[in-house]
Design a protein around this ligand. Structure first.
Ligand SMILES: *[C@@H]1O[C@H](CO)[C@@H](O)[C@H](O)[C@H]1NC(C)=O
Ligand SMILES: *[C@@H]1O[C@H](CO)[C@@H](O)[C@H](O)[C@H]1NC(C)=O
Ligand SMILES: *[C@@H]1O[C@H](CO)[C@@H](O)[C@H](O)[C@H]1NC(C)=O
Length: 499
């Protein structure tokens, strides 16, 4: 059993890292030409494939599956380039927006998420949606799929040029949405067809694209507007860091810091091994929870009218979670996902989500001020907020700095902030409940086993209403049950002197 797993493991690693046995054959040729799609070389800068050259268009045969509100979702129309009769009978409406969905590694046009996204798009507004099926080129080994992205892109670009000529669509009508390797396909399309309307990159693949020049990967010049959602940019974890960390669009969103998404707990090496029995094709889906989250966040944003995934400008996610970047200044915070194009903001934006759908939640910023006379203590504060419409989950503030791992303790007069994402909107805030738990440590003999609080502030991210709780100097003893503070004073003024 173990040896079978190890054998499968090396097959997987072979697929992901290098196809070394194929390398010597491939490096003999440095360029291939495929008719009107042009020539493809593996020389710099396209030396990111371990020598692999793209397979021929006749092998990959990307299919263009067209869907519209009138089409039968289970029987898409297959668009064929340079076939006018095919186009006339297709139901393609040249005056409507065109969305092209491009899946990634190991996937084909049947992949469930692409169909769910397509249905949501068609429900949103009248449009043509095309899913590109490049299943004959997207499989193992990974480096071959990387090479194939350029031929797939040349096919997509040729289809767009054909539609522009045949029925007068303009390149600005096109919005390409690509996941993982599909995001880089979008980038190559944008290099061939200048002036594309928009590209949405959903966690663009990092392996073999890291630190490559912009012509090799998705970048901001590939369309008039390029928005990117980063969900799996883990730095040191070779198993689960499928996505790019570096910004590569006009606007880059980093939900939950752009890595290790909440609710994705199974991305460990042990689970890689146990899932290997299901074969390489199952692995992509099962291990890529954080990588795939970008898809589900985008899909949710299409018709998620009641909740918007607002991005906040910030130096780092660590600064964002401690509540340092609650405001977007004098311009509105941009929304991540479908409506991102309607905002003028550019740059890196952070947001936090819930761990299961719907992922969009309600933000609260909570500030706690410690009492003026207490002694330093070490531990965690647990808090809950009660409003007229409900109770938040419990959240914590740690005395340990999460970035530096240093524990300087909770100190007198100190202020601590935290961002809370609540599944339900809490309404008017009535009550805050708090509890202190001291760290267990041999040093705790010297600690007082208590902290005191003098003030708590809760700011509602939606209304920006600020609720101030002036609570004197209330002592919380370690291990005591939650203490509730009532009588919220809804005010923008400070606490009265002496409180
Ligand atoms: C590609 O070629 C460049 C220039 O020769 C080199 O610096 C780079 O390391 C190469 N990249 C890979 C992945 O081999
Ligand atoms: C996609 O699904 C349809 C219907 O189930 C099937 O006929 C077709 O062969 C599938 N295509 C691929 C590429 O798996
Ligand atoms: C792959 O190519 C074969 C033969 O050209 C074709 O029948 C099949 O539908 C293709 N599969 C996918 C996933 O595109």
């Amino acid at each position: 059993m173990v040896s079978v797993l190890l054998a499968l493991g090396s097959y997987l690693l072979l697929g992901f890292c290098t196809a070394s046995s194929l390398r010597s054959d491939r490096t003999k040729r440095s360029s291939l030409c495929y008719g009107d799609l042009g020539c493809f070389s593996n020389d710099y800068p396209f030396n990111n494939t371990d020598g692999a050259l793209p397979l021929s268009p006749s092998h990959i045969r990307p299919a263009f599956l067209l869907f519209s509100e009138r089409s039968n979702p289970s029987a898409p129309f297959q668009l064929v380039r340079n076939d006018r009769h095919n186009l006339w009978t297709s139901g393609f409406e040249s005056s409507l927006p065109i969305k092209i969905i491009i899946p990634g590694f190991t996937q084909n046009g049947n992949v469930t998420w692409a169909h769910v996204m397509m249905s949501e798009l068609i429900r949103k507004e009248r449009m043509n949606v095309i899913i590109v099926d490049w299943g004959n080129g997207s499989g193992f080994p990974y480096t071959q799929a990387v090479a194939n992205t350029r031929v797939v892109a040349a096919e997509v670009a040729a289809m767009i040029s054909y539609l522009n000529t045949a029925v007068g669509t303009t390149s600005t009508q096109y919005h390409l949405i690509g996941h993982s390797l599909g995001a880089h396909v979008c980038g190559y399309v944008g290099q061939i067809v200048r002036g594309l309307g928009r590209i949405t990159g959903l966690d663009p693949a990092e392996p073999n694209f890291e630190d490559t020049p912009t012509e090799v990967r998705l970048d901001a010049t590939d369309a008039n507007f390029v928005d990117v959602i980063h969900t799996d940019g883990t730095e040191y974890d070779t198993i689960s860091g499928y996505g790019m960390k570096a910004p590569c669009g006009d606007i880059d969103f980093y939900p939950n810091g752009g890595r290790n998404q909440p609710g994705c707990t199974h991305e460990t090496w042990t689970n890689v091994v146990s899932h290997l029995e299901l074969g390489p094709h199952a692995v992509g889906g099962m291990l890529a929870c954080s990588h795939d989250r970008s898809i589900y966040l985008f899909t949710e944003s299409i018709n998620g009218r009641s909740c918007t995934l607002k991005g906040h400008p910030c130096n780092s996610y660590e600064d964002f979670v401690v509540g340092r970047c609650f405001s977007c200044g004098n311009q509105p915070c941009p929304s991540m996902g479908y409506s991102a194009a309607s905002f003028r903001a550019r740059g890196k934006f952070y947001l936090a989500t819930l761990d299961s759908p719907p992922y969009c939640g309600n933000y609260y910023q909570v500030t706690v001020q410690f009492g003026p006379t207490m002694s330093t203590d070490h531990g965690e504060l647990r808090l809950r907020i009660l409003g007229t419409s409900g109770l938040s989950q419990t959240f914590t503030i740690q005395s340990t700095n999460q970035q530096t791992r240093r524990d300087d303790g909770f100190r007198q007069g100190q202020e601590r902030k935290v961002m809370v994402v609540s599944r339900n909107y809490l309404g008017n805030i009535l009550n805050v409940q708090a509890q202190f738990q001291e760290h267990s440590s041999i040093l705790s003999y010297f600690w007082t086993g208590a902290v005191s609080l003098s003030r708590i502030t809760v700011t509602d991210g939606k209304t920006e209403a600020r609720y101030l709780f002036c609570i004197g100097e209330t002592v919380l003893h370690s291990g005591q049950p939650l203490v509730g503070f009532n009588h919220a004073v809804h005010t923008t003024a400070g606490c009265p002197p002496g409180q």
